[in-house]
Write a protein that binds this ligand. Sequence first.
Ligand code: ZN
Length: 424
Amino acid sequence: MTDALARRIEDRRDDLVALTQDLVRIPTRNPPGENYREICAALEARLTPRGFAGAWIRAEGAPGDSAAYPRWNIVARREGARPGPCVHFNGHTDVVTLGDGWTRDPFGGAVEGDRIYGRGTCDMKGGLAAAIVAAEAFIDEHPGFAGAIEISGTADEESGGYGGVAHLAREGWFAPGRVDHVIIPEPLGKDRICLGHRGAWWAEIETLGEIAHGSMPFLGDCAVRHMGAVLAAFEAELFPALAARRTEMPVIPDGARQATMNLNALHGGEPARGPGDTSLPACNVPDRCTLQIDRRVLIEEGVDAAAAEIGALLERLKETRPGFDYRLREINRVIPSMTPEDAPVVTTLRAAIADTLGAEAAFVASPGSYDQKHIDRIGALRNCVAYGPGILELAHKPDEWVGITDMRDSARVMGRVLERLLLP
Ligand SMILES: [Zn+2]
């Protein structure tokens, strides 16, 4: 990178810390999705004096959107001096609930040594702040740059992104031609490029039975025992089959490089009894039992095939097990997404990491998912990665923190990306 840009970013170290603190001090917990308006206003107030024009977009009608909790998003755009590509940095503004175990103020942004503490420091207000400082330093150093820079702050990533990036993509904000390169500064580490993520298929399986008195279970048909047969088939057939499927995607950690399924929740029969409940249960043969599954899907499998495999297993049970009947209901689906290693944003980031950090970038993919799915499927833009500071394992934990040196280093990498893409 030009030494001048590196110096400009170094000179803004205190500003980078202060900006991160400002964002962390706006509690944007989701659910319920609070203070999105306030954080969009803070981003606009920050970026407007630097020549960005901010567009406010509310995802009206999205899940959770209401008068009390409107799903506000902002896209701030800075035009260059002449035509050229648009580089877009997208950060989600929401953070997850706090949980127990905090020893610092979760919305205080305390600095201790090289760390800033608080909910969202790592995931991902620190990354958003790093992108903003990188862009501002780049604009000051190279006012004649070509193309455009966009910075968006979007809602609801932690709850699927439907009130955020999915809505923006549907409205054309990520259309190829409008935006050329997208970097999502999620906390993957300053020398790793996240190419994409696995897919997911969430569903509820319900087995059906017939109620009867519990002293004469032979007069009914036990839905829990039918679910037991489903679980037995999963253990005997499905789990071994999933474990044998390895993906070419560089998913981390290694255990997620295969197809997986979590049994998320199971319930049959009488309601669960609270700890202080001294009443006796009614004796009934349960006539329904439900199981929620969370199947994570490899790009080689596809979501349809993953769903069909479970459907076929249930159909086989229906043919072979007396009295077996079921319902299968899809709850949510996420397509697997992977940007090719030779996509321009990937090769540019890789070169920028080598220029700036002297390191060979590692390619990774996420075991869960993030907003790339919407930019890929709805926006039809396949030149998108996640790259940003922070340690992924700290996300959603108590005493979450982000390293200040890591933020600075990834800001330098992002500044270098802008130099490689937007200078003649
Ligand atoms: Zn995140």
